[in-house]
Ligand binder design. Structure first.
Ligand code: ADP
Ligand code: ZN
Length: 652
């Protein structure tokens, strides 16, 4: 058994508490809403959940596109329970994330659902035990990775179930992994077509939080979901505030951002390289922030340990990571996601930023973006071994992200526009909140382009950005003398522009394809077909005025700590009075203990919002706990008495 596998007895032989059902049970087809209330204690389905659940319970295939935090899991978990109760047997959940299966299954156990996983963290006896229980259809939800699901041994197990009418449903999570256009392509997903071919009568539900039109079409084709009904939710995450700043000294900018806006809160910081991850994590630690690195170069055990701390520590952790981190992480209270390097495309950006604010409370998506990002991303595409068609698609996707980064209008309108949704300015992005001063860089752009043209004409070779800017600004250097570039007619005609201004113009020209950077030739600048329109003044070049950094609010974090000021109350508990707060804090401390004992993240026991609702109600009897969102029957039976005791003690 792996070091993080659950203690035996917990996961594999869950003992259901005596039923405490207060809800009327209809014989073989319980209403899905009843299941939601009984098992999760949630009063209602959210958005399209109800429709999806009904469709799947009735045996329809479904493709669900719903943003992170939208509540995808319930879309297959409720049908799995309903169908199991109707005698249809086991639901198989295909998930790529072995490291997270334990917590997912643990959360289902907490809610009183028979669930298990099959993966490499189990030893042989444990595996046999799960297989036996599965064969007897005692398990409602069985989680496994695609490479396991497609083994002959597993397929035979499914054959056996199927023959007895006990193979209920396939749920394919993170379905975008099947597509090479998605940002998490996993070839093993391709083999999942066997499920449809071998068990044509078993319904399938595929779910993803990503999907531009191209990826969506690919999912349908690859997983043969042509018959499936598509449920497409809005991709808007209204509680996420988008901010994209011009990159100067990224690490310092990040530090200021965290100190100003997110002291003592959980967050994720994405960097492109392992080396940067290490450097940035260290810089944050040096500044007194609880930061941990995560990247594929770390030992698997270290990675798992860091992930567990991020998920389980009550102290807020900032995870500094490459994109190897994050898929399937369902921590609800991540308050910010920061990008120090630009992702490859909008799907990646959307997916990564989407990991913030799953609990629906305000969260921040913050990115620092600069010329080097544009150059790097373009180069990575150029140098990739992929075919030209593929590169063309990748370039198109990068361009869309660059346009978002350069935008001076609402970020959300552009983001949603990319996913085919129309919207109006959001009021919750940097450009809406502080409409940027825009300056017209068209003249500067034309002067830059004609300088590049003349230099090329005169010298027969191309030069880099620094030299071109020197010429335009009339700065005499070794190089301008050596090449006779001081005689060029544009020498000094752009003296009124600052270097940062010109850099901004160059960045936008490169971002929009009006200029090319040749990575193979010392990052020299070359004109493109797109240059002409700008030279002729047909395409305006609008840039945001560089704003200076606002000053840091208050004192540094260390001063605050030594001053003994208490932590800001969690957002969920904002409305509580003083004794309510006492109860809330006592409940949190109790939850920490339970979570430790069960080897699960705290939010799996109860969300903050549920604890806050309990604290608010000041319950005296078990009846008082009825109807609080997040307390299902199992949790009421398992924890109700303890919760009453903790609340009572706190009030004394
Ligand atoms: P996704 O997988 O789409 O990112 P999850 O399934 O993890 O989202 O759900 C996000 C959060 O919302 C979870 O904490 C979940 O318990 C909660 N949630 C989902 N559906 C509902 C609902 N109908 N009512 C209340 N909370 C819900
Ligand atoms: Zn906006």
């Amino acid at each position: 058994m792996g070091p993080h596998a659950p203690p035996p007895g917990r996961v594999h032989s869950f003992q259901a508490c005596p039923p405490v059902s207060a809800l009327p049970q209809t014989s073989d087809a319980p209403h899905p809403l009843q299941i939601l209330q009984e098992v999760w204690g949630y009063p209602d389905f959210r958005g399209p959940q109800g429709d999806i659940v009904e469709h799947v319970i009735d045996g329809g295939d479904a493709l669900v596109l719903m943003p992170t935090g939208g509540g995808k899991s319930l879309c297959y978990q409720v049908p799995a329970i309903a169908r199991q109760r109707a005698g249809r047997g086991v639901t198989v959940v295909v998930s790529p994330l072995i490291a997270l299966m334990h917590d997912q299954v643990g959360a289902l156990h907490e809610a009183g659902v028979d669930a298990a996983f099959l993966n490499s963290t189990l030893d042989w006896n444990e595996t046999l035990d799960v297989e036996r229980r599965m064969a007897r259809a005692e398990i409602t939800l069985l989680y496994a990775a695609p490479e396991r699901v497609t083994t002959p041994r597993f397929l035979e197990l499914l054959d056996g179930l199927h023959a007895r009418g006990k193979l209920s449903l396939f749920a394919i999570d993170e379905a975008h992994c099947v597509s090479q256009w998605g940002h998490d392509f996993r070839p093993e997903y391709r083999a999942l077509t066997v499920l449809h071919e071998r068990f044509a009568s078993v319904p399938r539900i595929a779910l993803t939080a990503t999907a531009d039109a191209l990826t969506r079409a690919d999912i349908v084709e690859r997983l043969q979901l042509q018959q499936a009904r598509q449920f497409v939710s809005s991709f808007d995450r209204p509680n996420i505030q988008y901010t994209i700043v011009e990159k100067k000294d990224a690490t310092t900018q990040l530090l200021r951002f965290i100190e100003r806006e997110h002291e003592d809160e959980s967050g994720v910081v994405y960097c492109q390289s392992r080396k940067r991850v290490e450097e940035v994590a260290q810089a944050l630690v040096d500044a007194g922030i609880n930061a941990l690195p995560y990247h594929a170069g770390l030992d698997a055990a270290v990675r798992q340990k860091h992930q567990n701390r991020f998920l389980r520590d009550e102290d807020a952790i900032v995870m500094v990571a490459t994109i190897a981190f994050g898929m399937g992480i369902d921590k609800p209270d991540v308050r910010f996601v920061a990008h120090l390097d630009m992702p490859k495309n909008i799907e990646g950006y959307y997916q990564e930023t989407g990991r913030g604010g799953r609990d629906g409370l305000p969260a921040h998506a913050w990115m620092a973006y600069g010329l080097q990002d544009v150059v790097n991303q373009r180069r990575m595409i150029d140098e990739s071994p992929a075919g030209e068609d593929f590169k063309q698609v990748m370039r198109g996707k990068l361009d869309a992200l660059l346009a978002l980064a350069e935008a001076t209008d609402c970020r959300r309108v552009r983001l949603l526009g990319y996913f085919g949704e129309e919207s109006s300015p959001c009021g919750n992005c940097d450009n809406c909140l502080n409409p940027p001063q825009v300056w017209d860089g068209t003249d500067a752009a034309r002067k830059l382009l004609s300088t590049i043209y003349r230099v090329q004409q005169q010298s027969g070779i191309s030069f880099g950005a620094g030299h071109i800017m020197d010429i335009l600004r009339g700065k005499s250097t070794e190089k301008t003398k050596q090449y006779g570039h001081e005689r060029i007619s544009t020498f000094g005609i752009g003296a009124e522009f600052s270097e940062p201004q010109l850099r901004g113009v160059l960045r936008q020209l490169i971002a929009t394809g009006a200029l090319n950077v040749d990575a193979q030739a010392f990052n020299t600048l070359q004109l493109t077909d797109g240059s002409r329109a700008v030279l002729r003044g047909e395409v305006p070049v609008l840039l945001r005025e560089s704003v200076s950094q606002p000053a840091t609010r208050g004192s540094s974090r260390r001063d605050k700590r030594s001053g003994g000021a208490s932590k800001p109350a969690s957002a969920a508990a904002a409305a509580l009075d003083a004794t309510g707060h006492k109860r809330f804090e006592a409940l949190k401390a109790w939850r920490t203990e339970v979570a430790k004992e069960h080897n699960l993240p705290a939010y799996v026991i109860f969300h903050d919002a549920t604890l806050a609702a309990i604290a608010q109600r000041a319950p005296a009897t078990l009846d008082d706990l009825q109807g609080i969102s997040g307390i299902g029957e199992k949790k009421l039976a398992a924890y109700g008495t303890e919760v009453l005791r903790v609340c009572g003690d706190a009030a004394r």
